[in-house]
Design a binder for this molecule. Structure first.
Ligand SMILES: [Zn+2]
Ligand SMILES: [Zn+2]
Length: 367
């Protein structure tokens, strides 16, 4: 079949074109996409900052309606609503079996390189060039074929745009707080970087009963979003010394600092700011390919802890349905997280708005 999709044929070149999509094979699901979240990871991939190389179809946050299922697929059927999990773990490797399917051993050779879990693709251009599926998802397309482990059913009272962002930004931000850090109620917290993941971490801090929740960013527009998401205080690092401010507001430094940026500068800031015996959680990907100097003395002499959090340490089959239920129970106000909607043709503008800090989370919606 044919589908309109956001295609990266060469690094930094994004086009909308009609491409060919093959039918789902065994263990796969064809989804008519209704919403696709706009995420920094898409940009990192478009710029060649992660492991994927072009050509590929963009998008890894998505939700839609099952159109067709391949052999062996029993947990969803045509007509079901599904959100896309971009971590289709095998469930059988030692890492999966030890409770860490977000780190499944097959991702390195498949998902992170843009293949479906069987190592192949269902996508090609009209002139016959094979296209990869960004993170085994490729949701910035009217239709996508995904592995059955990527298809997480959800109830009809959850809007498609909300379901789409649960799969990545929300899972990553909330998961960093409740899965990776296992925050204790009543703790103080700071969140550095107020994009989709950082704002979701703020929601996670609220869910976990943190106070205060201090949002840190360089843009007042993003800090305003943070306040709406439940940050009790904000710090603009362009205007004040964030480390001093965080210490002043919590006496010795926050119990937890969540770094949703993950650059050398923010990791260093987080480690300096966090209180004695406090925990820094790095959930952002900006320095994914860099070596970052760590002030080891602070770790040792002050019992500080530095944790990495990949995709919120999520166990998709458990955590994504749980996040859906927390939304349905009004514990996660995710409607407010989506501040702008775009047509597929406006995808370049959607990324530009994200980079400018003009949106909390942008979502591409399909007719
Ligand atoms: Zn994402
Ligand atoms: Zn595995």
């Amino acid at each position: 079949m044919q589908t309109r999709a956001a295609v990266v044929r060469e690094l930094n070149q994004l086009t909308i074109e009609t491409v060919e999509l093959d039918a789902p094979q065994a263990n796969e699901v064809l989804v008519r996409v209704r919403a696709a979240g706009v995420c920094h990871s898409d940009l990192h991939n478009m710029r060649g900052e992660l492991r994927l190389t072009p050509p590929f179809v963009m998008g890894h946050e998505g939700a839609g309606i099952v159109e067709q299922v391949g052999a062996n697929v029993t947990h969803v059927k045509p007509g079901d609503r599904v959100l896309v999990n971009w971590l289709p773990a095998d469930g059988t490797c030692p890492t999966c079996l030890s409770g860490h399917p977000n780190l499944c051993e097959r991702f390195a050779k498949t998902t992170f390189q843009g293949w479906l879990p069987d190592g192949t693709s269902r996508l090609k251009t009209q002139d016959g060039v094979q296209l990869k599926h960004l993170l085994s998802a490729a949701t910035m397309s009217e239709y996508c074929v995904i592995d059955q482990a990527s298809a997480i059913p959800f109830p009809a009272d959850v809007p498609f745009d909300v379901a789409a962002i649960i799969g990545c930004a929300v899972a990553t931000g909330v998961g960093a707080v409740i899965n990776t850090a296992r925050v204790q109620a009543g703790s103080s917290a700071a969140v550095i970087g107020c994009g989709g993941v950082g704002l979701s971490a703020i929601l996670g801090c609220q869910l976990a009963g943190c106070y205060p929740i201090i949002a840190v960013d360089v843009l007042d527009s993003k800090l305003e979003f943070a306040r709406r998401m439940g940050a009790t205080e904000t710090v603009n690092t362009k205007q004040v010394d964030a480390v001093k401010q965080l210490r002043a507001r919590t006496r010795v430094g926050p119990d937890y600092v969540f770094d949703a940026v993950g650059s050398a500068a923010t990791i260093s800031m987080a480690l300096q700011a966090v209180g004695p015996a406090g925990t820094v959680v790095v959930a952002g990907l900006h320095a994914a390919k860099l070596d970052v100097p760590i002030p080891a003395g602070a770790l040792i002499f002050q019992d500080k802890r530095l944790l990495g959090s990949f995709a919120g340490s999520m166990r998709p089959q458990i955590d994504l349905p749980r996040l859906v239920e927390l939304y349905r129970g009004a514990r996660l106000p995710l409607d407010a997280l989506i501040s702008k909607r775009y047509a597929l043709a406006e995808v370049a503008q959607a990324f530009a708005d994200m980079e400018a800090g003009a949106v909390a989370r942008g979502v591409i919606v399909f007719d």
